[in-house]
Write a protein that binds this ligand. Structure first.
Ligand code: FAD
Ligand code: PHB
Length: 391
């Protein structure tokens, strides 16, 4: 054996899995197609559920998170020119925390380097042979072909990765929905405030205001799927955010230099076949949620908790029973979370050809979430996230 567990992908799922397996005395090798600089700079998620924060604390990855993470007490919803505040503290003090995914990735990579554990960057996995029982990963680095023999392979390689296609019938057991819009995300050196943090519904489309620290704002605008990130000046972007997040208090988002711009299309995807023999998928490799629920990273973390336990049982005790239950248990959290993320998308976006009637119906959903006791609880619990399932 070259290693016990070969992990494909150094996103949050692959890196966290490596960390948990290491804590259980299981050697891993992580293979990542991108460079270290690229994954550290990839600006993506930022809203962490309590279960994600607790997991990072449990595995000693929270030193910077504890200092820089921003817990939320409430969430603002903006519609029809008014601002509405929903309390966001759940049972036992559960709450959301803002902390950038790129920092989690950087923290995990730094710890892995400190521990001297193998992480091969700029190496692309091209195939997995020997399944179901004796997997061998084939990858290419610097134009040279390599192999890695493993007792188990974890496909944590995202939606476009190589692992999923090695699961027989994965395509037949996959379900997908494409939304007719995209998110234009910006990161700005601008003061962020809880007063404007939240989701805005307008007849010009959705806007989201979030943060990465007291002086760094993270903001999103609904745009056309073909939108060109360079087609708006910075002033036009700020003006559009003001129009979409305006409220009865006249508050505006603070402006500052924009340091990152990217466009992401919205889609939902679930593959219901999560493992085949000694290959299993976790994270975006087996599901994509539209970002309106802020759930992708949190779902990935829940998968990894389950998968790591199943791998430990298999490799340490030769017990495959947990792995047999992995798909069903992970899916019991994946589908409700995908559903919630789609509901959020449907409530806040402007759809092509949307009528005034459709808009009034969206207002009813938002009213229910903000002011009806049951609706408010449902909104809060859905945003806070389902507890991570356990075997
Ligand atoms: P990824 O992060 O995609 O990592 C997969 C890795 O595998 C990549 O590094 C890739 O380079 C590598 N790889 C792929 N193919 C190969 C190959 N053949 N060989 C080797 N390596 C390979 N989620 C939240 O929870 N909260 C949020 O607030 C939130 N906001 C978001 C905002 C935006 C704009 C976007 C786009 C996403 C957001 N998400 C959010 C989703 C979240 O970013 C993803 O769900 C998360 O990155 C999934 O982690 P992962 O490790 O499964 O996959
Ligand atoms: C973020 O802070 O990046 C963020 C906030 C809310 C979302 C998605 C992402 O729905």
């Amino acid at each position: 054996m070259d290693t016990r567990v070969g992990i494909i992908g150094a996103g949050p799922a692959g890196l966290l899995l490596g960390r948990i397996l290491q804590a259980n005395g299981i050697d891993t090798v992580i293979i990542e197609q991108r460079s270290q600089a690229y994954i550290n700079a990839r600006i993506r998620a930022g809203v962490l559920e309590q279960g994600t924060v607790d997991t990072l604390r449990e595995y000693d990855v929270a030193e910077r998170l504890n200092r820089e993470g921003l817990p939320h007490d409430d969430m603002k919803l903006f519609w029809d020119g008014a601002r509405h505040s929903i309390p966001m503290i759940g049972d036992h003090g559960r709450q959301l925390t803002t902390y950038g995914q790129n920092k989690i990735v950087e923290d995990l990579v730094n710890l892995r380097e400190k521990d001297g554990l193998p992480l091969i960057f700029e190496a692309e996995v091209t195939a997995i042979e020997g399944l179901p029982d004796n997997p061998v990963i084939h990858y290419t680095k610097d134009g040279v072909a390599h192999t890695l023999r493993c007792e188990f392979v974890a496909g944590c390689d995202g939606y476009h990765g190589a692992a999923r296609k090695h699961i027989p019938d994965a395509a037949r057991h996959s379900f997908e929905k494409e939304f007719p819009f995209a998110w234009f995300g910006i990161l700005a050196e601008a003061e962020s405030s809880g007063e404007t943090r939240g989701f805005g519904h307008t007849t010009r489309g959705l806007a989201v205001s979030s943060s990465r620290g007291p002086d760094i704002s993270r903001l999103y605008l609904q745009v056309d799927p073909e939108f060109d990130a360079n087609s708006m000046t910075d002033d036009q972007i700020w003006d559009e955010l003001d129009l979409r997040l305006k409220n009865q208090y006249g508050q505006k988002v603070s402006r500052g230099p924009i340091i990152d711009k990217a466009v992401a299309r919205l889609r939902a995807f679930v593959c219901e076949k999560l493992h085949y023999g000694r290959l299993a998928l976790a994270g975006d490799a087996c599901h994509i949620v539209p970002p309106s629920g802020a759930k992708g990273l949190n779902l990935a973390c829940g998968d990894v908790r389950l998968l790591s336990e199943a791998i430990v049982a298999l490799l340490k005790n030769n017990d495959a029973r947990l792995l047999e239950r992995y798909d069903a248990l992970a899916l019991s959290r994946i589908w409700p979370t995908v559903h919630w993320s789609c509901l959020m998308s449907e409530a806040f976006h402007l759809f092509p050809g949307q009528s005034e009637f459709d808009t009034r119906r969206q207002y009813q959903t938002l009213n229910h979430w903000a002011y009806n006791e049951t609706g408010q609880r449902w909104f809060r619990e859905s945003m806070l996230g389902l507890p991570f399932p356990r075997y």
